[in-house]
Design a protein around this ligand. Sequence first.
Ligand code: SME
Length: 132
Amino acid sequence: MLYKLQRICKLLKEEVAHYDWVGFYFVDKENPKELILGPFEGTPTEHTHIPFGQGICGQVAEDEKTHIVQDVAREENYLSCSIDVKSEIVIPIFKNEKFIGEIDIDSHQIAPFTDEDKKFLEKVTNIVSELL
Ligand code: SME
């Protein structure tokens, strides 16, 4: 299963020019108010554990909705991984209608994400949910 998720990260990063870091975070079974980093492609991040509410990933964990931040410099509740990152999209993953994790994508461009990205990535999360 982790191998498949790793392949999905690699495919998304390689095939979509504005996806520069692609990774999964999952709800920690030991600590259900925290996210743990899963498979990812791109520069390693120090944010391997993120409490609910913190950063964009933590906000998505709380409201269970897709967040698009077109310019991270304008976002106050943001956890920076690299100065190269300019924007981010985070999509929740549900299993049996329960929030279980998210796909996080960083871009080095300002405002690259469209409604097409949102729709496409929400489909990807549905496929991922079937794999889990
Ligand atoms: N920027 C994220 C943290 C995770 S890294 O992008 C990999 C956030 O604000 O939640």
